[in-house]
Design a protein around this ligand. Structure first.
Ligand code: KG4
Ligand code: ZN
Length: 339
């Protein structure tokens, strides 16, 4: 019959629940939180309150859509971290209660590892696109930008990370300077499609090794806009698409540069992309082009698995379940969590 796992994700501003039977996804329900839009960013207190309101209906819907009774679930998994503490607490408390109530094991999952493991999810009737180990994953989200050498489902080594802002943050903060709504990444992507990527030049970091930095780019974008607005108050409005295209081009170039070097240095030719920013069309085309040139075997996640979702928590938990790695009911969430 297989192992049925209920996964819960609540690390930021999406409440999500998913049901998997072994690697096969049966349902994946996500409730977003519009309450943050007018603040231009996620407000932690509002996020935890919305999670509290959403979690029961979201889990209920996930079970119904999967056609699974609570009594059929073999284990319940939750995101332990990293993330917003108040948000994480809602998912962790729910999972603990569910585990105690049904007398089933509790499994903790690292949110970042989970983004990477989306490549192992199977959809009924779909093909198996699982990467072979070891593979190199460019993990780019709103909170993290990392190059990860994935040795197996549990052993992952971060070989490069951002020393300041994440790639998603660079998209969002620069988008805010252009008066675009939060989160700005998808808006920049959309505008960039009709803009000139080489029209404006912004600063790129000169860092040794595989680490990233995006704060210099954000500052150069800010100063550039400030100078142009002094001359012409309508500058942003008149040049929105070119600004978006040039910004996206620069972020993608920074990301690709280190990825290419890491692939060369490690000799790994199996390459994967994960995290919210992996939905970006500029990044997807750049990595696909490079894969063709270098003969990489490339793994791009399906769009619905790029941003936060509980399917990724469920698949990560499945591999822990197989190893019998269960959490105690005293486990606490962690705002910062490494692997
Ligand atoms: O992984 P995620 O859902 O949440 C975190 O764990 O951080 O990533 C959210 C980030 C946001 O910064 C958002 O702007 C960015 O992913 N994002 C994009 C696109 N879609 C989402 N950035 C650029 N282009 C996109 N199409
Ligand atoms: Zn995430």
């Amino acid at each position: 019959m297989g192992t049925v796992i209920l996964g819960i994700e609540s690390s930021c501003d999406d409440t999500s629940a998913a049901v998997l039977r072994d690697r096969v996804l049966l349902s994946n329900v996500i409730a977003g939180q519009d309450v943050h839009i007018k603040y231009g960013g996620v407000v932690p207190e509002l996020a935890s309150r919305a999670h509290q309101q959403n979690i029961v209906p979201v889990v209920d819907t996930a079970l119904k859509q999967a056609g699974v009774q609570a009594s059929e679930i073999d284990a319940v998994a939750f995101t332990r971290g990293p993330g917003l503490l108040g948000s994480l607490l809602v998912g962790a408390s729910f999972a603990k209660g569910f585990s105690a109530g049904l007398g089933i094991p509790l499994i903790e999952v690292n949110h970042l590892q989970a983004h990477i493991l989306v490549h192992f999810i199977l959809e009924s009737g779909g093909e198996d696109h699982a990467p072979a180990f070891p593979f190199l994953c460019l993990l780019v989200s709103g909170g993290h930008s990392q190059l990860v050498l994935v040795k197996d489902h549990h052993k992952m080594e971060i070989i490069g990370r951002t020393i300041d802002d994440a790639a998603g943050e660079a998209f969002d903060k620069c988008a805010k300077l252009m008066d675009l709504p939060y989160p700005g990444g998808p808006h920049v992507d959309r505008l960039a499609a009709s803009g000139d990527p080489l029209r404006f030049k912004f600063s790129k970091p000169r860092l040794e090794g595989f680490d990233y930095s995006f704060s210099g780019l954000k500052t150069s974008f800010l100063y550039f806009l400030r100078d142009q607005l002094k001359e012409d108050p309508g500058f942003i409005e008149m040049n929105r698409s070119d600004l978006a295209a040039s910004l996206q081009y620069t972020i993608v170039d920074i990301l690709m540069n280190k990825l290419k070097r890491a692939a060369k240095k490690t000799g790994v030719r199996e390459i994967a992309l994960a995290g919210g920013v992996s939905a970006n069309s500029g990044l997807r085309s750049a990595i696909s082009e490079e894969a063709e040139k270098q003969g990489w075997k490339l793994h791009l996640p399906a769009f619905r698995f790029t941003t936060d979702n509980a399917a990724m928590i469920g698949i990560s938990a499945y591999y822990r379940y197989l190893k019998g790695e269960f959490a105690s009911d005293e486990i606490a969430p962690l705002a910062r969590m490494h692997f």
